[in-house]
Ligand binder design. Structure first.
Ligand SMILES: [Zn+2]
Length: 244
């Protein structure tokens, strides 16, 4: 076994509480795009001359609801499945390890793998809600109007996924729990994220524990944070190696 993998395993074994802070790079091995990378959503949307920051924003939803809900799905899009990162973390938790996931992803793959402690900073799309009356709907049961915009039958409000769009704030409760989780952890694993956006940057500085591990394809900005172990590589492949 690679000495870095051995070290990561040792850190996990020794820590009572492990905080796993993950970003888009955790799900790329499940076939989901990382819009900051060349092969991500950005290139997929180039034909439309809009970048995902513009499209996946509060402003765009309000001003162009029809376009927002009628984005062309990628042709070869398949239902994403948990990869080795999601699976091995969930297995560790099931085996009794206190692994607390904080994710910037909205794909729900940690839960799909069976993980119980998951804080979703940017929400999820398991439930949708009416922007007028806050009634909650399952995505498959939402009725659509003639423009294919999901509508609440009661107030005619737009029904939207429970995800945090650009220009919107994360749920305060989730944010508070994330701060608490990071400040209690003995080991912090930062994986598949560039840490360039808030609240990620502020959150990780709550850490008061022993060791910080970074798993990423490229170097990230960890100013003011002492990194004990840096693993350059894919997150799923790293956890697969731990499990061997
Ligand atoms: Zn409503």
């Amino acid at each position: 076994m690679d000495s870095k993998i051995t070290q990561l395993k040792k850190y996990i074994d020794e820590a009572e509480i492990v905080a796993f802070f993950g970003g888009a790079g955790v799900s790329t091995e499940s076939g989901l795009p990382d819009y900051r990378s060349r092969k991500g959503l950005y290139t997929e949307m180039e034909g439309q001359k809009l970048n995902p920051q513009e499209v996946m924003s509060h402003k765009y939803l309000i001003e162009h609801p029809q376009a927002f809900f009628n984005r062309r799905p990628k042709k070869d899009r398949v239902e994403p499945e948990p990869n080795d990162a999601h699976k091995v973390l969930a297995q560790m938790e099931q085996a009794g390890k206190d692994i607390r996931v904080i994710t910037q992803n909205v794909d729900g793959l940690h839960q799909k793998a069976g993980h119980r402690f998951v804080l979703e900073l940017h929400g999820h799309s398991r439930t949708w809600y009416c922007m007028e009356c806050s009634r909650v709907y399952k995505p498959e049961e939402v009725e659509k109007d003639e423009q294919n915009i999901p509508r609440c039958p009661i107030e005619q409000g737009i029904v939207r996924p429970n995800i945090v769009l650009f220009g919107e704030n994360p749920d305060r409760g989730i944010l508070e729990k994330s701060k608490e989780t990071i400040s209690k952890a003995e080991l912090l694993i930062i994986a598949g994220t560039s840490l360039t956006v808030n609240p990620a940057k502020n959150l990780i500085h709550r850490f008061k524990g022993k060791h910080v591990v970074v798993i990423n394809n490229e170097e990230i900005d960890t100013r003011n944070l002492k990194v004990d172990l840096y693993i350059e590589g894919k997150v799923g492949a790293t956890f697969k190696a731990i499990n061997k």
